[in-house]
Design a protein around this ligand. Structure first.
Ligand code: ATP
Ligand code: MG
Length: 583
């Protein structure tokens, strides 16, 4: 039996206090601070001090295991160290390191110290780092010997950045002013009194992926826990004996909401693999750790598909019982593949950095319609808004903007220093309302900036980002549909569809594709693929040109960067590329 049981039953009489009950929350004893909830509370209130919290594997044979008590003591260590350095409640502390245990544990320490955690992806170069540290006026950065070079390069340009702390390294290699703090070598800190708690206390500042433009800093609060814990229970279906693997890096919101906060608030054992991607390594990780629940992303799933089925058969993946995906639209082909080859479907779900927790999902036990994102989480009022009038669309199948009624617990509270951008995401009687007023206003809609339709049974179908939709001869074509059809062609591994200029039709579809092993680019193949799309979809959706490429441009979080391809086609400025993956 799944945690959610019947989706329809859960909708009835839902209110967010259910999350408190699910956590067995005791208002008189419990402290609303995510750092405390994910460590002290699990040890003391749940009695799981000796349970494994983290199984970590790195390159080679490196492996280490941490109990919840270890996590509690080491995060206390970080918290008391940071407080001792003079960091104050509300200061931004950046966490900039590979997926090592210190990343996960310092995150809790920063929160216990009352500071705002600002996790950034360690593959960022110095420019990407600088943009985000300058934007947040970050006061301290936690990093490692491997990455500190990038910090040194930009330090002079960042007057707010006072403290550079290395969580591993050699003291002889430190520069003047840098501090070394190694959690396992530092004195044990048995107890630490958290310095800030409460639903509206800021917790995490996450920068978006930068898929559509300059990344924005979405500010979250400790009260997000209700949304994160309940979605972890009902969508990811985590239970006490699970071994859970979330492949997202905590530099992105999935890696914190569901790679730290959700599972650890519930006392679940999770594992982390910090050694690049190969299908062989990933399957072996699942086999050896007996992973039961796996949360990943379409880009990874498509890479696994490309590697073929043979490598799957070489491994024992029988421990898996539930799979979920987020981050980009999950092509129907990928759902069908995983059902066939892994024996389980990947269940797609939709949300954003801004939403903080899962908004639309395919729940365990619910019928999957491959290619659909599923239905809104209980307590989430979701709709699609007319593209012109911005009124909710009643008619099934008509495409509009995905929008949510504001006020769910994990909703972002603001864009850092960008109140106007925040306001621009709302429709209705917005006026000059403050972020707080907008969040509590039952008359406005928050728009995600994505397009979808809702079918007669309430399933949401993704079309594309608002900016990515192609207007060809007055007809709007969503890139997702074209790309999904493209990857159904036996030769195509990955695809991106964008509009290119056309005198007659304003825009026509152009596709960029990467090929599966064993296929070579040719004129015949191009024609074959074009015809395939014409028959599958329509002459309108058929690409007028196909460009074969070795790889597609992606954000560092693995999303296809259509705006980049679009700009190249139109001879426009490609804009901010600090987010472009470059390896
Ligand atoms: P930026 O806001 O900087 O342009 P981004 O929107 O890619 O970057 P994220 O918050 O990481 O930053 O991603 C959220 C977006 O990812 C969604 O708005 C949507 O476009 C896409 N997305 C996430 N999950 C899904 C899904 N299941 N199906 C389709 N699209 C998805
Ligand atoms: Mg976005």
């Amino acid at each position: 039996m799944s945690n959610i049981g019947s989706y329809e039953e859960r909708l009835r009489g839902f209110d967010w206090t259910i999350a408190r009950k699910a956590l067995d929350w005791d208002e008189s004893r419990d402290i609303l601070n995510i750092g405390w909830i994910c460590s002290d509370r699990v040890c003391e209130r749940m009695g799981l001090a000796d349970k494994t919290a983290l199984i970590w594997e790195g390159f080679g044979e490196r492996r280490s295991v941490y109990t919840y008590d270890d996590v509690r003591v080491y995060s206390n260590g970080f918290a008391s160290f940071l407080a001792g350095l003079g960091l104050e409640v509300g200061d931004r502390v950046c966490i900039f390191m590979d997926r090592i245990p210190s990343l996960y544990i310092s995150f809790l320490g920063v929160l216990k110290a009352g500071c705002i955690a600002q996790p950034l992806f360690s593959a960022f170069g110095d420019e990407s780092l600088e943009v985000r540290l300058a934007s947040a006026e970050t006061r301290a950065i936690l990093t490692t010997q491997k990455h500190v070079k990038k910090v040194r390069k930009i330090l002079e340009k960042l007057p707010s950045l006072e403290l550079v702390i290395l969580v591993e390294g050699e003291s002889e290699k430190l520069r003047e002013g840098e501090i070394l703090y190694e959690m396992e070598k530092a004195p044990r800190v048995e107890s630490f009194e958290v310095r800030a708690s409460g639903p509206e206390v800021p917790s995490v500042l996450h920068y978006t992926s930068g898929t559509t433009g300059m990344p924005k800093g979405a500010l979250h609060v400790h009260g997000s826990i209700w949304g994160q814990a309940l979605t972890t229970l009902w969508v990811l279906d985590l239970k006490p004996d699970d071994i859970y693997w979330c492949t997202a890096d905590p530099g992105w919101v999935t890696g914190t909401s569901y790679g730290i906060i959700g599972p650890w608030s519930l006392g679940i054992t999770q594992c982390v693999l910090d050694s690049g991607f190969t299908a062989e390594r990933w399957y072996r990780f699942i086999q050896e750790n007996r992973v039961t629940v796996w949360y990943s992303a379409p880009t990874a799933i498509r890479s696994l598909m490309r590697e073929g089925d043979e490598v799957v058969r070489k491994h024992d993946l029988s421990s898996l019982r539930h799979l979920a995906s987020v981050g980009e639209p999950l092509n129907a082909e990928a759902v069908i593949w995983s059902q066939k080859v892994l024996g389980l479907p990947f269940r797609d779900n939709f949300w954003q950095t801004e939403t903080g927790s899962i908004m639309i999902a395919n729940y365990p036990g619910m019928e999957i319609r491959p290619g659909s994102m599923g239905k809104p989480f209980p307590g989430i009022e979701a709709t699609v808004l007319d593209l012109k009038t911005h009124a909710p669309i009643e008619q099934p199948g008509r495409v509009g903007l995905i929008a949510f009624r504001p006020g769910w617990p994990a909703m972002f509270r603001e864009y850092w220093n960008k109140p106007d951008v925040y306001r621009s995401k709302f429709y209705g009687d917005v006026g000059s309302k403050s972020p707080r007023e907008l969040r509590l206003d039952p008359g406005v809609w928050y728009s995600s900036g994505d397009r979808a339709s809702i079918d007669a049974d309430g399933y949401f179908w993704f079309v594309g980002r608002d900016d990515d939709v192609i207007n060809t001869g007055g007809h709007l074509v969503g890139p997702f549909e074209i790309e999904s059809a493209l990857i159904e062609h036996e030769a195509v591994a990955e695809a991106a569809a964008v509009g290119k200029p056309d005198e007659v039709n304003m825009e026509v579809v152009k596709a960029f594709v990467t090929l599966n092993p064993g296929f070579e680019p040719s004129g015949d193949l191009e024609l074959d693929i074009m015809n395939f799309i014409r028959k599958r979809l329509s002459p309108l959706a058929m690409p007028q040109e196909i460009e074969f490429t070795e790889k597609l441009p992606k954000t560092r979080s693995g999303k296809i960067l259509r705006r980049y391809l679009h700009a190249l086609e139109w001879g426009e400025d490609v804009g901010d590329l600090s987010t472009l993956e470059d390896d």
